[in-house]
Design a protein around this ligand. Sequence first.
Ligand SMILES: Cc1cc2nc3c(=O)[nH]c(=O)nc-3n(C[C@H](O)[C@H](O)[C@H](O)COP(=O)(O)OP(=O)(O)OC[C@H]3O[C@@H](n4cnc5c(N)ncnc54)[C@H](O)[C@@H]3O)c2cc1C
Length: 404
Amino acid sequence: MEKVYDMTIIGAGPGGLAAGIYGSRSKLSTLVIEKGKVGGQAATTEEMENYPGFFGKTTGPELTAKMEEHAKLFGTEFVKDQVENIIDEGFAKRIKTKNGDEYLTKTIVISTGAEPRVLGVKGEGALRGKGVSYCATCDADFFEDLDVVVVGNGDSAIEEALFLTKFAAKVTVIVIHDEGVLDATPVIAERAFKNPKIEFVWNSVLEEIKGDGIVEGVSVKNLKTKEISELEANGVFIYVGTVPKTDFLKDVIKLDDRGYIITNEMMETSKDGIYAVGDVRQKFLRQVVTAAADGAIAATSAEKYIAEEEMFKEEVLEADKPVVVYFWSPGNEESLDLMAELEKEIDTDKYKLVKIDTYRNMRISRRYEISEIPSLIIFKDGNPSLTLKDNVTKEKVSESLSKF
Ligand SMILES: Cc1cc2nc3c(=O)[nH]c(=O)nc-3n(C[C@H](O)[C@H](O)[C@H](O)COP(=O)(O)OP(=O)(O)OC[C@H]3O[C@@H](n4cnc5c(N)ncnc54)[C@H](O)[C@@H]3O)c2cc1C
């Protein structure tokens, strides 16, 4: 019989790895499918100074290697492959990969992250990998004692400019804002201002990357004077934001206008049993610590979902007699009173009583559109056959049950 994983995580960045740790620690059979290197974007940066507790003591590759080790310790399995499609088969979901493999799983955590946005300027595509790069950590050492240009001024751009100064002779940062204004956080900006190898070109944008088979220079346009100036450079590093890796999800779950996955605070997406974490979801702060936090939440939500669904399937959908599913809430006195009456009244030889706490089992309540407490649905042969919503009384329940 085909193995069904409890949780399958797509992408092994910090979000996916944290989900793996929490999932496998809760005894969920957990699989991570990663198309590249474990660690994601975080593994491409040496400068990892803001992960709580690790100041000055770790790098991106080191931190994510520890996360991988941690997840494996609890039993998370890893497979190297690229997920291309998800088919919702109800409680079980089928994942199809580039290598032609298929995995069945009860829940999915999407943690595919984001990739660098391309600028779209002349020369960028042709010279990509020939001096044009989106990852200083990966490529900086090719530029030992050479001149490089960095485009962008957020945390990633400035951190990477600082990293490049360890190799390059000069790092010129092209900034769209007025002199002295960077989007990077002040502590990072201050470090860059003090670095003698870094120069800034203010109020400017990159117009063109020039070179015959290899980067030789760039044209830069001043937005105030409209003047175009030429700069000699051997490398161009571009950090102008990211785009989420969600192409394969367009027909599966709800995305926002920019392609980011929409989730609630439990990391639930628009589809039951599918969660999204980290940079790939619509969120305020894209960092390692928030990706890891998302992963922990998603795995915990997934565990709860599996328990809820399996209980409901066994107790209600597969029951061999009619089931009275009673929706109650601990804070609703009327529902508590009626529950006590039903417990006495219902003939358990003929019927089964299943109590759903609407606070703890919100998803099931939502699925059957239960908004009033108390409410009740009578299931027969796995199907909701009769619903009582308004002024539910013991008498109304007895009368309804007599029809089954
Ligand atoms: C240069 C740079 C420096 C940074 N510096 C810091 C820093 O100092 N501190 C900090 O907190 N954050 C930093 N960040 C941000 C941080 O790295 C991200 O917020 C974090 O890695 C997001 O984690 P994630 O798990 O959401 O996704 P990612 O780390 O992006 O991981 C996603 C993974 O999914 C895989 N994947 C994608 N699609 C598929 C598919 N279809 N099938 C299988 N696998 C797939 C990818 O290969 C990738 O490994 C930096 C980012 C960059 C780029």
